[in-house]
Design a protein around this ligand. Structure first.
Ligand code: ADP
Ligand code: MG
Length: 242
């Protein structure tokens, strides 16, 4: 049997603002194996981002349990949370979240800065990752000089540079046209082929159809959790990571 990289048990989360409380997650149970490529669907406001933020240790939960690679993730210091994020997780967002005044190479290198790696070394490694994503010639360009698809490839390179076990992607194709969206999905599949687990939040069916498993959230619980026979596992060698 393969290993659970993510295990969630009876997870609850409410947002409290003033005297109002909004119960968003009402008992989520989830088990994701190392190497799976999963999509999370559900209508706007169904709690997809809330769940992803908890999985990424960007937010706390109220009740239940979250185990990341068998480690019980509970309320912890920001330093500790950052250590686990660095070790396990790469993030990809709809809005790319690149730093506008840093070029592509510097954006990709940023996680290595936080690991205390010196500038020359981290830029060299960043160039290697940009090269793998077909963006070597764009290393010196600012995000404003890149297309949406190129920006998302830079963001994926940045997510990969700390060698995560999991990529969490919140609507990664939400700001892209359909052709570019499919290209980004091919890259993510390629990343998945290297053994990295990928969880993609999306409300687009044709994106979810490209993942091996589709989870639907509704009214705070998992409504369905199905293997997707349409998504064939790629048999080609990865070009992203040798
Ligand atoms: P989705 O990503 O599926 O669109 P979210 O997880 O972002 O949904 O939000 C779920 C619900 O929680 C929504 O009703 C949203 O308005 C609310 N919500 C999200 N974040 C916060 C917050 N920080 N404070 C209060 N309410 C929030
Ligand atoms: Mg969302």
């Amino acid at each position: 049997m393969s290993k659970s990289i993510i295990r969630v048990e009876s997870l609850h989360k409410s947002y409290v603002t003033g005297s109002n409380s909004l119960h968003v997650l009402k008992g989520i149970n989830l088990d994701i194996q190392q190497g799976e490529m999963v999509s999370i669907m559900g209508s706007s406001g169904s709690g997809k981002s809330t769940l992803l933020n908890i999985l990424g240790i960007l937010d706390n939960y109220d009740a239940g349990g979250y185990y990341l690679d068998g480690i019980h993730i509970q309320k912890m210091s920001e330093t500790r949370a950052a250590q686990y994020r660095n070790k396990y997780i790469g993030f990809v967002f709809q809005s790319f979240n690149l730093i506008s005044f840093k070029n592509a190479m510097e954006n990709v290198a940023l996680p290595l800065y936080y690991q205390g790696i010196r500038r020359k070394k981290r830029n060299q490694i960043a160039l290697e990752y940009l090269d793998r994503l077909g963006l070597k010639d764009w290393a010196e360009h600012l995000p404003s000089e890149l297309s949406g698809g190129q920006k998302q490839r830079v963001a994926i390179a940045r997510a990969l540079i700390s060698k995560p076990k999991i990529i969490l992607a919140d609507e990664p194709t939400g700001a892209l046209d359909s052709q570019t969206s499919l290209e980004v999905m091919e890259i993510l599949k390629d990343v998945n082929n290297t053994g990295i687990s990928i969880i993609i939040v999306t409300h687009e069916n044709d994106i979810a159809e490209r993942t091996q498993r589709i989870i639907r959230l509704k009214d705070g619980i998992i409504e369905t959790d199905k293997k997707n026979g349409n998504a064939k596992k790629q048999i080609t060698e990865s070009v992203i990571i040798p």
